[in-house]
Ligand binder design. Structure first.
Ligand SMILES: [Zn+2]
Ligand SMILES: [Zn+2]
Length: 347
């Protein structure tokens, strides 16, 4: 079969590899589409480290073509997507219920071969832990292949702890930011503000429910936000851009007692400088959001099925495998929104 294989930094190739053979407790899936994540671009650039050789791809949809004899609850022909992170269940965070930040987590596409291939073998652990999720009726393979980042965005929204009638500021209008705009509506935020330099993304955010879209390159965000919130600042900020300068600037946008959620990952080794008194005197809750859970992934698939979350406007590119590099480059340059690789034949 054809697969996209990571051999080292700036060295990803389309290889002919053998089709995986499954054990009796595993499932073989024929991949239809796999999403390109910012992390995949970071793997290529070397700012996210994985051990080669490895098939990346942690966002995927496909159809089951083989089910091991010992596997219950799945059958050939069913469409599935995968929640890619496998938690251990034994570490202190897992025992405390926060499996998404498991100490021993292993992720399909990072430590286990992923979805940038014609076929993927789903390990027994993924099946047992509920990570193999049937795609509900009314959700296309294309939407399902882009649902993993939505599950992660959903976790970020939970971390906001919106209490109703609150103002949310979302920084960055990429796929995650645009998911957050839609989720903030579902979570009944009073006002949804998006900061994004690219006009087409601001326009889309408006259509998807943002009340106010700001261009951080054209205006003084701190001033505009002050005016908009009657001098108070926003209740909650979701940082969907992994850039130190943007993060450092954004600290002043929050009101006293507000919440700040760092959603986006930064390049390894990044450092921010903040005024500790800004957190101390204002009692700002400063936190992060990482990964998600199979339960959240099921919830967001239902949100797509019910039409509450719109996926179509966010999926801007579907590349044949041979053009994978264009997709990765677009990600690095913030061009387009969600891009997928098509694995249904024609390479
Ligand atoms: Zn991702
Ligand atoms: Zn664990």
């Amino acid at each position: 079969m054809k697969a996209l294989v990571f051999h080292g930094i700036k060295d990803i190739r389309i290889d002919e590899v053998s089709k995986p053979k499954i054990n009796q407790d595993e499932i073989l899936v024929m991949v239809s589409y796999a999403g390109i994540c910012g992390t995949d671009a970071r793997i290529y650039n070397g700012t996210k480290k994985i051990t080669p050789p490895r098939i990346p791809g942690h966002e995927l949809a496909g159809v089951i073509v083989e089910v091991g004899q010992g596997v219950k609850g799945y059958r050939e022909g069913e469409r599935v997507t995968v929640y890619p992170m496998l938690h251990c269940g034994d570490c202190y965070v897992c025992k405390g219920g926060r499996t998404n930040i498991c100490v021993n987590r292993k992720t399909i596409g990072y430590e286990i071969d992923g979805g940038f291939a014609e076929y993927i073998k789903l390990p027994a652990a993924a099946i047992k832990k509920g990570n193999v999720i049937k795609i509900p009726e009314g959700v296309s393979d294309i939407a399902a292949a882009a649902s993993e980042p939505l599950a992660a965005a959903y976790n970020g929204m939970l971390r906001c702890q919106l209490k109703g009638k609150e103002t949310v500021l979302i920084i960055g209008g990429g796929p995650i930011g645009l998911f957050h705009v839609q989720l903030a509506k579902i979570f009944e935020a009073d006002k949804i503000i998006l900061s994004e330099p690219m006009e087409n993304k601001r326009k889309l955010a408006k259509e998807l429910g943002a009340d106010l879209c700001l261009n951080p390159l054209a205006e003084d965000l701190a001033e505009t936000l002050k005016d908009f919130t009657g001098g108070e600042g926003v209740d909650c900020l979701l940082m969907d851009v992994g850039r130190v300068d943007v993060i450092e600037k954004s600290l002043n946008y929050i009101k006293k007692g507000g919440r700040y959620v760092l959603f986006a990952g930064c390049p390894q080794g990044a450092q921010i400088t903040i005024d500790p008194n800004w957190i101390h005197y204002r009692e700002i809750e400063f936190t992060g959001a990482s990964s998600s859970s199979p339960a959240n992934h099921r919830i967001v698939l239902d949100l797509i099925a019910s039409g509450k979350i719109k996926m179509d406007p966010l999926i801007t590119d579907i590349f044949p495998l041979k053009d994978w590099k264009k997709g990765f480059e677009n990600k690095s340059n913030y061009e387009g929104l969600k891009a997928l690789i098509d694995f249904r034949g024609e390479f």
